[in-house]
Design a protein around this ligand. Structure first.
Ligand code: MG
Length: 378
């Protein structure tokens, strides 16, 4: 359980994390360098994202997420990428580094060969989705910088159609939930992690509703283990101004999900059930929509394809994130014009952001004109 004492302990830990020296300084290279070679060069280093507060969801609690930062240089330009690896993805720092060491970009002539490069990465391993995303993001950053344009513009997306991002409130004690709700008072939408037990779930919503009328996304993170109960909870939540529900039941329960979705008064969105492009069509009917995350789907190239497929199947779209720096978040933000809902608060929840990119004051996403993914090392 999450006691006040534990919470204070992790808060103290967060303060210590901010004092850690910036590990990315030597990694940084801003703008076009003179005399760069027309050879693709990939470098990378581990990076641990430390949380400002311990992060609690229905099955565990953590204070940091392991990751890797990548850099690809070509012709004097530098593109940056990031892998963030929460345990449920099945990757860790060692497996990501081992995968990245196997990559030989020297066999490709330019970063514009993203399509072939991503097919090549797929051939190296069936997993390692976050490590692949770190290369995909760096390549998109590089290509966007060479073209002098951000990706939302290269894709032809309308920057005026972006949703607001929510601010997440994790499973916690009544006192902490109240404090976090007050801190998030300026956000237009909140996201609440439920799925522990009925008493705790209702306490969280009742606590927030006692001080705030802000619309709420609910994420049960697979925590509800019975379809009738899930539907009952959704009806209870609908009466309390909840906007939509993410992943109410275990990821493989597609028949049960379809039963709930058919009867649900709120949109039901797949997160853990939807990892990659190949999952999307299987989820039609089981969910109203999907939550796309770069770390699950190997990056921007596949995310763009998932958007097209989901739209063709008339499924609704959300973009989410892991605990990422402003590198990964700025990359994901490029997709937001096509999204109905956005959950891109990852960089606001970490204490040691290694990048300067898109920051969403009060949750309002404003896409930047900066080329590539729009982020640079701090
Ligand atoms: Mg989720």
């Amino acid at each position: 359980m999450f006691t006040r004492r534990n919470f204070l302990k992790t808060s103290a830990l967060a303060v210590a994390a901010t004092a850690v020296a910036n590990p990315v300084k030597l990694f940084a290279q801003v703008g076009k360098a003179k005399g760069g070679s027309k050879k693709l060069e990939l470098t990378f280093q581990p990076f641990e994202a430390k949380y400002k507060y311990a992060f609690n969801i229905s099955n565990f609690s953590r204070t940091s997420t392991p990751g890797v930062l990548t850099k690809i240089t070509y012709d004097g330009y530098t593109g940056y990428g990031e892998a963030s690896m929460p345990p449920y993805l099945g990757e860790n720092t060692d497996s990501a580094l081992a995968f990245l060491r196997r990559i030989d970009l020297g066999r490709f002539k330019s970063p514009f060969e993203i399509e072939d490069i991503m097919v090549y990465l797929e051939g190296l391993s069936t997993n390692n989705t976050a490590a692949k995303a770190s290369v995909d993001i760096a390549l998109h950053d590089l290509v966007g910088k060479i073209m002098g344009q951000p990706w939302w513009r290269i894709w032809g997306f309308n920057p005026d159609t972006v949703p607001n991002t929510c601010m997440t409130i994790g499973l916690d004690t009544e006192e902490v939930v109240r404090q976090k709700t007050l801190e998030a008072a300026h956000f237009n939408v909140l996201k609440v992690k439920l799925g522990m037990d009925e008493a705790n779930d209702k306490m969280m919503i009742n606590t927030i509703r006692s001080i705030s009328n802000t619309p709420i996304f609910v994420d049960a993170n697979q925590g509800w283990r019975e379809k009738h109960y899930a539907l009952e909870m959704i009806h209870w939540l609908k009466e309390r101004g909840i906007v939509m529900i993410e992943q109410p039941m275990p990821k493989l329960w597609l028949d049960e999900a379809a039963w709930v979705t058919e009867r649900s008064p709120l949109p039901v969105i797949a997160d853990e059930s939807c990892q990659r492009l190949t999952d999307v069509s299987k989820l039609k009917g089981a969910f109203h929509g999907i939550n796309i995350k770069l770390m699950k789907c190997t990056g921007l190239r596949e995310a763009r394809e998932m958007i097209s497929l989901a739209q063709a199947l008339r499924m609704r779209l959300m973009v989410g994130c892991m605990s990422e720096t402003s590198c990964g978040i700025s990359a994901a933000a490029q997709l937001t014009p096509k999204m109905e809902w956005a959950d891109l608060d990852g960089n606001m929840l970490i204490a040691n952001d290694a990048f300067k990119g898109m920051k969403f004051t009060d949750g309002i996403i404003k896409l930047s004109d900066k080329p590539g993914i729009g982020a640079e090392p701090v």
